[in-house]
Write a protein of this length. Structure first.
Length: 241
């Protein structure tokens, strides 16, 4: 494939690194544009791999030139591509902002997100949920931080771990929002779409969902991108993801 432009829709935290995913310019019948998930040939992607030569970490809605070498589908992760992030540094060509971002989100929602959420035939999708509820939690003793969301889609509730407050959210910016929103001493915070609109002016929410790698013989959905209209402000502390 060589160098391709990819519009990033996910920049996320993993246990041992980070993960990115986005859409190329190639049309797709179901998703509108074709999803790709850049991966290294060996090992996990690290923060340095998604940092440009100028020292800027890649963000969602960056349009990035990436050296895509070889498709490596690993069902249900059909979107995986081995990417050269060392010899050819990622380069941000432009960003989608304002009306262009809104138009993109409205146009490229998945026609069949249940292929990911329920049937696990592939592993990445973008959609507008019917409703959202969420929570942030910070344990003041261990420093463990959690961001979780539940949502409704097509009349069905997706609550993930009900006891923990929903599906895990790995979106770096959304997690940064929660760290700033919680009191300094930690604790918990529950919210819904009304709270988000009242506090941040958020009127619409779109979610990017991905499937985890196999864990205990199963693949679990997690929220890898929380994209809002209008956008919200949050500063990511890359030393404390």
């Amino acid at each position: 494939m060589s160098v391709q432009e990819v519009l990033l829709l996910a920049v996320t935290k993993m246990l041992s690194g980070v993960c990115v995913a986005g859409m190329t310019t190639e049309p797709d019948r179901v998703t509108g544009l074709r999803w790709v998930r850049p991966v290294r040939e060996h090992g996990n992607i690290l923060l340095g791999d998604i940092t440009t030569a100028e020292g800027t970490v890649l963000r969602p809605f960056d349009v990035v030139a990436l050296n895509m070498l070889l498709a490596r589908p690993n069902p249900p992760h059909a979107e995986d591509w081995i990417c050269d992030l060392t010899r050819t540094r990622p380069c941000v060509n432009r960003r989608l902002e304002g009306e262009r971002r809104a138009a993109f989100l409205q146009k490229y929602c998945d026609c069949d997100p249940c292929q990911v959420l329920d049937r696990q035939e592939r592993s990445l999708c973008l959609f507008k949920p019917d409703w959202v509820q969420g929570c942030y939690k910070l344990d003041p003793y261990t420093g463990q931080f959690q961001a979780r969301l539940s949502f409704g889609l097509y009349g069905r509730c997706y609550r993930g771990s009900y006891a923990r407050g929903g599906l895990s959210v790995t979106d770096l910016k959304w997690r940064a929002l929660g760290r700033a929103w919680l009191p300094a001493e930690g604790g918990g915070l529950d919210f819904d779409a009304g709270d988000l609109e009242a506090r941040f002016g958020i009127r619409e929410i779109y979610l990017a969902v991905g499937l985890t790698r196999s864990y205990r013989g199963a693949f679990w959905p997690m929220i890898i991108g929380v994209h809002t209209l209008p956008d919200y402000e949050a500063t990511v502390d890359y030393d404390n993801l």
